[in-house]
Design a protein around this ligand. Sequence first.
Ligand SMILES: [Zn+2]
Length: 409
Amino acid sequence: MTIDDAPREALRGGPRDLLRWVATGAAVSRADLSRLSGLSPSTVSQRVEALISQGLLEETGAGRSRGGRRPRQLGVPTGGAVVGAIDLGAHHARVGALDLSGRVVRARTLPVRIEDGPEAVLGALLTEVATLVGNHPAADGAAVAGGSAMADGAAVAGGSAAAGALRGIGIGIPGPVQHATGRIVSPSRMPGWNGFDVAAFCAGRVDVPVIVDNDANLMALGAHRTAHPELDHAVYIKAGTGIGSGVISSGRLHRGAQGSAGDISHCRVVADPAPPCTCGNAGCLEAVASGAALVTALRGQGVPVSDLTGVIRLIDDGDRQATALARQAGRAVGEILAVVVNFFNPQVVAIGGRLADCEPLLASMRATLYERCLPLATQNLLIERVAAGQDTGITGAAHLVIDHVVAAV
Ligand SMILES: [Zn+2]
């Protein structure tokens, strides 16, 4: 299934904003929504009724009176596992069932062998989503009756009622995704996945909307909605085995024309010698600063390290070679990020992924950023770690689905 972007809301106060304000606790009543949006009470009421009729909002009881009739309080139905999410990594996948506020109801991390190919890997992960969603007590599905059932509902043992409430599945892929089609295009380190149509494959297995995006975009969306929904312009770097970024512009995920916006992995950095990259060029950021690059570089220096976990352990232990490479990686990320910050002028730059806890990398990234940026661009710039942890990706995936559902109201 192909999912187009939700139509742009020219002003604040569209159904998506109303839902977000209630979900974050900024608003608990129609009066609050009217005040926040600047819309008339009748327009707000109309939109709230539409959201309630779709099971996206509910009335939770009476609020405090200011003299007249006590206003009815609004809430987002919570607890029901109605959104499925998959955050696929190079060796593991985080799979979750979330509610309509984006809260994780249940989640699991599964080992993945990406080289087994897309059908085997995605097939197993979709089954896991069905299990996580279907395990939930059917009563929670009542608030969202009318949703579509999983096509292969037979796999959802004993959970057909809750599975019937599933609104959609968001999937993050650790490689470039053409947004309009949900197709993977020239990924590094994903043999057998090039050109694979993830959306079409999933559409043949489930009959709810499936939205596919790259993992850095999901992390960006999850981190933004969790930590800084009030900031309009943000850049999120995901530094793990690979390296990428997601961009929030005017409060929305910015994908560009094809979906490749924010893909900094093959930007060239100053490196001598310039290591060869999987894309065929040399000196790409990914070939210098990604977790995979650090593993390769250390092995090249005769250090017997098998994976990124081993590299991080060496850095934590203060190993001289590993620490020097981490600093070099931080400078490379800082160089590219300085261009991005000068060009885009974000309010916050946050780094996530497994290398985000690597102090020498972070310190040299920060120093390079201040050295290379215009003072005006860094004056009030927040530079921080992505705080939400291992569920940031699935949270972003759930918000993709929630935004899609709300856009249809
Ligand atoms: Zn490259």
